[in-house]
Design a protein around this ligand. Structure first.
Ligand code: PNS
Length: 166
């Protein structure tokens, strides 16, 4: 039987417990998950380089034999085609996520009529969580314990210790 492969695209700057919760849930549905890390071009420069973001994702998903982490540049529809994936996975939290996600789905469908996105909701414990807030809290020395795995917390602390010494 053909394996059902999904791509979970995002910036992952850095990966949070919300992302990891979604990855774990999605593996009950998909046979294989490819986490696609965007090489930012037009978006604001990331805190972590694409290599660092990939490394952190690989470290935090090492326990799953059916999760792969790859980088991608350019259009998501092209990456989906190249990976021969069946669907894209996106997490949706509050209603405020909906408009952005809807726009992306329809734009991606214009580019490829067969494009499908599966939306999943993370645990309510992470309904408020975002990489942007994690970066902001960590930059001011706040605790991000329970929002990211301990090794990501350590990376954030190291990153901001270096930045503040500059
Ligand atoms: O984690 P993010 O930042 O919400 O992820 C956004 C992402 C990577 C899914 C989106 O920016 C994307 O797909 N970028 C690739 C470029 C592309 O295909 N643009 C057209 C989509 S409408």
């Amino acid at each position: 039987m053909k394996k059902v492969v999904a791509i979970y695209p995002g910036t992952f700057d850095p990966v949070t417990n919300g992302h990891l919760d979604l990855i774990q849930r999605s593996l009950r549905i998909f046979d294989e998950l490819i986490v696609g890390v965007l090489v930012n071009r037009e978006k604001a420069p990331a805190l972590f380089s694409v290599e660092e973001r990939i490394e952190m994702l690989r470290e935090t998903t090492a326990g799953y034999g059916n999760v792969r982490v790859e980088q991608f540049e350019g259009l998501l529809v092209d990456f989906v085609k190249r990976m021969n994936a069946d669907a894209v996975l996106r997490g949706i939290r509050a209603i405020s996520d909906y408009e952005y996600e809807m726009q992306m789905v329809w734009m991606n469908r214009k580019l490829n009529p067969h494009f499908e996105t599966i939306f999943m909701m993370p645990s309510e414990a992470y309904a408020f969580l975002s990489s942007r807030l994690v970066r902001q809290i960590a930059s001011y020395g706040g605790s991000v314990k329970n929002l990211v795995p301990p090794l990501i917390e350590a990376r954030l602390m190291a990153k901001f210790a270096v930045t503040s010494r500059k």
